[in-house]
Ligand binder design. Structure first.
Ligand SMILES: [Zn+2]
Ligand SMILES: [Zn+2]
Length: 259
């Protein structure tokens, strides 16, 4: 089902970002990816799981889409139409972030980070954070020591986030590779979850595998967001907070690729 809202922005350029190296906005059109998104919506609607490539008896229960209709609500899915070196069309698909905690699903592009390294880093970070949280709970609220420990915990958690961010390697179409921090355009802090949306996953995979991106579109699937801003079957531009500041770097060189 495609809502009217989805149809209105169906032809819009939805994947773009300002590239500070070139001093211009790089972009990818959506049009060619739209029919593939509609097909993916039909598959998700019919099978109600994201591992619909495998037979039902082999399906992983964690990959059901039922969770998208609970209080956890829906998520974004995306398609990137590419060309390989022979000019053959290659269709990539992505789900944003993790699906029920699952990072890697056959038939979908992988995350930018190594799952095991990320989980190990989070576990290490918790070893530092949890004792502080426990200690803070024992201190008189708004006492001098309470404030000191709250500040210490903030510093420790920033350090953990920096370590997690350091696991991301961002590639573009000029064979360049940057850290998340170096690729992110805005001066202000990098939001948690940057690099986990569909657009960075799709573009990073294409860049690493020498595929030329032609068209990208992203749509929302599942129960609408609490704010009602995202509805099932509607298309949306890559997000302004996490993706657009990355996409300028990631799309750099995309229009000059010779295949
Ligand atoms: Zn995003
Ligand atoms: Zn550029």
């Amino acid at each position: 089902m495609v809502t009217n809202e989805g149809k209105e922005n169906i032809d819009a350029i939805s994947c773009f970002g300002y590239c500070k190296d070139c001093g211009e906005i790089h972009e990818l059109p959506s049009e060619l990816a739209i029919p593939h998104c509609l097909e993916l919506m039909a598959q998700l609607g019919e099978h109600r799981r994201i591992d619909f490539d495998v037979a039902l008896e082999d399906a992983d229960p964690r990959l059901s889409t039922d969770g998208l209709y609970t209080a956890m609500r829906g998520r974004m899915f995306g398609i990137l139409v590419c060309q390989d070196a022979e000019g053959k069309e290659v269709i990539l698909r992505a789900f944003s972030s993790r699906h029920n905690g699952v990072w890697n699903v056959s038939g979908w592009v992988p995350p930018l980070v190594d799952e095991h390294r990320f989980v190990a880093e989070v576990a290490l970070g918790n070893l530092d954070i949890h004792p502080l949280t426990d200690l803070i709970a024992t201190l008189p609220k708004e006492s001098k020591e309470w404030y000191l420990k709250i500040a210490e915990r903030r510093i420790v958690s920033h350090g953990i986030l920096a370590k997690l961010n350091a696991l991301y390697e961002i590639h573009n179409f000029r064979n360049e590779k940057r850290s998340l921090e170096a690729a992110f355009y805005l001066e202000k802090g990098i939001p948690v979850g940057t690099g986990d949306c569909c657009a960075p996953k799709l573009l990073n995979y294409a860049a690493i595998h020498h595929l030329k991106p032609i068209s990208m579109a992203e749509f929302f699937w599942g129960k609408e967001t609490a704010s009602g801003h995202r509805k099932e079957g509607a298309f949306y531009a890559s997000c302004a907070e996490k993706c657009q500041p990355l996409l300028g770097f990631m799309l750099c060189g995309v229009n000059n690729l010779i295949h």
